[in-house]
Design a protein around this ligand. Sequence first.
Ligand code: ATP
Ligand code: LTN
Length: 335
Amino acid sequence: MSAEQKKIIFSGIQPTGVITIGNYIGAIKNWTKLQDDYNCLFCAVDMHSITVRQDPALLRKRARDLLTMYIAAGLDPEKNIMYYQSHVSGHAELAWILNCFTYMGELNRMTQFKEKSAKHGSNINAGLFTYPVLMAADILLYQTDLVPVGHDQKQHLELAREIATRFNNVYGDVFTVPEPYIAKVGAKIMSLQEPTKKMSKSDENPNGYISLMDEPNVIIKKIKRAVTDSDREVTYSESKPGVKNLIDIYSCVTSESIESSIDRFVGKGYGELKQVVGEAIVEELKPVQERFKDLQKNKDYIDSIIKKNGETANYLATKTLRKAQKKVGFPVRIR
Ligand code: ATP
Ligand code: LTN
C-alpha cells in the first residue's frame, strides 16, 4: 500500500514518569504491530503533563527518554513521526478553538478528571479540566482514523469523536472522526499491589508497577511480591484479579494466546506462575533496555530525529489548523 492510501494513527504518552509495562502492553507494543500498515504519529504529550506540577528539568529529561524508548521498543523513526507535543504550536491553537465547542457538563463527567482532582486537591487547575480537549486537538489535527490506547482512554476518545462531529455538523467535513483501537487482552494491566486498580506510572509505590528500565532482579522480586490471594492453585477469573493480571501480562509479553497461556498455568501453584511470568518479562525487556542504553549515548542521532519529525508534524498540523481557523472566521493570512 502506498503512503497516501494508508490510514492515519495517532497516539501519545505523558512523560510523567518512567513508563511501565502497562504502558508498554496497552500502548507501545500494539503500536509496533501497526507501524507497517498505517501512517503513524506517536507523540510525547508534555503539554498534558503540566496539568500536574512537574520538575522542569526532569520533565524535559523524561520527554526525551520517552521518545528514545519509543525507538528502543521497536518503532522505526524513519517510518513513524515521533515528536514533542510542545514543539508543534498547532496543538494549543486547535485546542482553543475546540474549547469553544465543548461543554462544561461533558468535561465534568470525565473519570480521569475526577480521579486526578481527588489526588491533586490543592491544584485543580483549568488545564486539568480541559485536558480532554487538548487530547481531542492532538488527534483531530492529523485527520486521525485510529487511536490505539489502553482502556482508560476510551471515555476521552468518545468525547473527541463528539467534538469532531459537532464541529463538522456546523462547518462541513473538517475533521475525520477517529475510532478507538483497544486490544482485547492487555488494555488494562492492573497494579501488582492493588490488582483492582490500573497500573500507573505515577503510583507512589514502585512495587505496584514494573518500569521498562527495572533490572532483571527487581522485576523478579516485584512479581514475587505481587498481591494474589490466599488460594494456592491458579484459576483465571475476575474474582482473582491478581492472578488474572499475571496471566494477562504473560500472554501479552510472550504473544502467546490467552487460551494457551491459561492452559499453561491452570492448576499450577502461585510460586511457579510468578517465576515463569517474571522470567518472561525479563526476556521481553532485555533487548529493549539494551537498545535504550545505546540510543541514549547517541545524542546527535536522537536530536536529528526530534528535529526532523517535529518539522513534519508541524507541517501536517498546520494544514488542518488553517482549515479550522478559516471555518470559524479567523482572517486568512496574507503571504
Ligand atoms: P499517569 O500515571 O502519569 O497518569 P499512565 O501510566 O496512566 O500515567 P498515560 O501517559 O496516561 O500513562 O498513558 C499512556 C498510554 O498507556 C495510554 O494509551 C494508556 O491508555 C495506556 N495505559 C496506561 N496505563 C495502562 C495500563 N495499566 N494498562 C494498559 N494500558 C495502559
Ligand atoms: N490522555 C492520554 C494521553 C494522550 C493521548 C493523546 C493518547 C494525550 N493525547 C492523543 C492518545 C491520543 C493519557 O492520559 N493516557
